[in-house]
Design a protein around this ligand. Sequence first.
Ligand code: CP
Ligand code: NVA
Length: 304
Amino acid sequence: MKKDLLAITDLSTEEIHHLFHLAKELKRKLQNGKLAPLLRGQTLAMVFQKPSTRTRVSFETGMFQLGGHALYCSPSEIGLGQRESVSDVARVLSRYNDGIMARLFGHDLIVALAKFASVPVINGLTDLLHPCQVLGDVFTILEYRECLDDVKVAWIGDGNNVAHSWINMAARLSMKLHLACPKGYDPDQKILEEARQAGLSEIILHRDPIEAARDADVLYTDVWASMGQEKESEKRKKVFKGYQINQKMIDAAKPDVKIMHCLPAHRGEEITDEAIESPHSIVFDQAENRLHIQKAILVMLMKK
Ligand code: CP
Ligand code: NVA
């Protein structure tokens, strides 16, 4: 039976640890020039409704490094649900490829794509979730820490797709997740409820970002207006003022706090230039690790 990765909650705790183990091994082998072509001759169709740098390039490079090939299908090409129905696209792409990675607007679209595809479908971001991002993020934190148990992660900003995947992660791995979002921009109540019911993690919502940042091991933020929300940009700039990773926030956190951002960053908005360039920042390690975790995901789902 094929397995999809639409949400972190599609994975068990054991599978998440397996992915981290595999990503570490693949990273080491790449560095030693000993990476085996584990997906030789296989292809991945990559369907995009939104722009991308990290997700596209890490999946495409990752497939190449594993001996396979990835095909980029641009937003104007496939016309998911417009030029052609999702169910037809899913079945056609499944006849050519061994896997599909998609970055889409509606989460319902990727659910439908996975339903009709006969090959694994990977969520490369939807309006609701960004699972590959947070898998790479936690893999990055675990390069500095043995486990997440005592790690306080402070999410500063919008209760968006990346925040939701963090909350999903807290339903699988024990951590202290403190989110500070402005009123009206809290994460999805159902996602929060499910994670709290899992009973593994401390998940706390704040309004005051400094309270969330206090003694944090990780300060994490994302853009105030996500892809597709560009028209709300000006309004959001006013609402999110104060939800910025800056020196004041760094001072409130632990002395060795790590600063993370999924990127792309809007410097001067959700994060200052000073903060993202500071010795606390691990944003480029985090970006690099997308490559290693994507390969682990591809191997886990596609290796025959
Ligand atoms: N973080 C991330 O997913 O980056 P891209 O939007 O560039 O893929
Ligand atoms: N929340 C952002 C993440 C980008 C990687 C967006 O959806 O645009």
